[in-house]
Design a protein around this ligand. Structure first.
Ligand code: PBG
Length: 333
């Protein structure tokens, strides 16, 4: 007996594996689940308060009581974790961002209330000074407006400690100072918080896709024309991303964030192939807004493009995705 050894068309037909829904399901390599989502939330003072964010359709700033409610619903939908960002009253902002280390600040009260009411949801907190500074930068600035690395790390450590004391599960430093992961790790361990994990924004580019977020936390007017290019990465580079990750891994990071997400899938892919730790992709505010606004104009169906965009992160090797659409999509998955 013989058979044709010709492994090309017409003998080979890739459409056989696409013939019906069941075979496509059977052969699918990546499936996006609610457990792959992290839901970012903006916290404000007050009671029963919800403020729409015009730059981020269907996303609101919420007072702590409403955040707690949201946390309960998110957990029911299968979302494992929340990520919190405070939107502070301008009066509480200062040049050194000292409100960040007040153990009774908005962030700490939110952490405490969420963990008290919904202990089964993970709480991830942002470490950086931009929501607290009058200049909108992530750190302390000198007289020339340069963000000082080592002085900033000292205050970031204290910020991490007040958040850990309030009960957060994971600290996510988004400031991009050199050396902060190792120093924050030591500070947490010294104070008995060895179980608090570090999700490092190891790869964070100086990106214009952060625009809507800066409106949401109110840092946009403070930053004015200034940018963050002396500490966030240059988007022309990808080798540097691998160096950033290598350093943060050596310093003790438990997980790595790559940010932004969609325009940087090459970086997500390289990091996940080169390192054996979870890689989290951040689909940032501008990416979410882009899809929402285009869908509002009738360019495409939001649910369909959104699910497709989330799946692309998994294909690139991400373990999870931080996205403003997490709640909405989890309801539909
Ligand atoms: C700042 C911070 C930013 C984001 C998260 N943390 C913006 C910035 O660096 O100016 C952006 C998130 C987004 O755009 O969704 N520490």
């Amino acid at each position: 007996m013989t058979y044709s050894s010709d492994n090309s068309f017409p003998r080979v037909r890739l459409r056989r594996n696409r013939k019906s829904a069941w075979i496509r399901d059977l052969t699918a390599q990546n499936i996006f689940l609610p457990s792959d989502l992290i839901l970012p939330l903006f916290v404000i003072e007050g009671k029963n308060k919800e403020e729409k964010i015009s730059h981020l359709p269907d996303v609101s700033r919420l007072s702590i009581d409403l955040i707690v409610k949201k946390a309960k619903e998110a957990r029911k939908l299968g979302i494992p974790a929340l990520m919190l960002f405070p939107a502070l009253d301008q009066k509480l902002k200062s040049s050194n961002g000292k409100e960040a280390i007040n153990s009774k600040n908005l962030m700490c009260r939110a952490i405490y209330e969420i963990k008290n009411a919904v202990p089964e949801i993970g709480v991830i907190t942002d470490v950086a000074l931009d929501p607290y500074t009058t200049h909108g930068h992530d750190g302390i600035v000198d007289e020339n407006g340069y963000v000082e690395n080592d002085a900033t790390i000292e205050i970031l450590c204290q910020q991490a400690l007040v958040q850990a004391q309030a009960g957060c599960d994971i600290i996510a430093p988004s400031d991009m100072m050199d050396g902060r992961i190792g120093i924050i790790r030591d500070a947490l361990d010294d104070q008995g918080f060895s179980d608090v994990a570090l999700m490092s924004y190891a790869v964070k580019y100086a990106s214009s896709f952060y625009g809507p977020f800066r409106h949401a936390v109110g840092s946009v007017n403070n930053l004015k024309k200034s940018d963050k290019k002396t500490y966030q990465m240059d988007f022309r580079n990808s080798q540097e991303a691998l160096r950033e990750v290598a350093l943060d891994v050596a310093e003790g990071a438990d997980m790595i964030i790559v940010k932004p997400g969609m325009p940087y899938l090459d970086v997500v892919s390289q990091v996940s192939q080169n390192f054996k730790l979870p890689v989290i992709a951040y689909q940032v505010s501008g990416e979410y807004a882009m899809l929402k606004f285009a869908a509002e104009k009738g360019a495409f169906d939001f649910d369909a493009v959104f699910y497709e965009s989330l799946t692309s992160f998994k294909r690139a090797g991400a373990s999870a995705v931080i996205s403003y659409g997490a709640f909405e999509v989890a309801k539909k998955l």
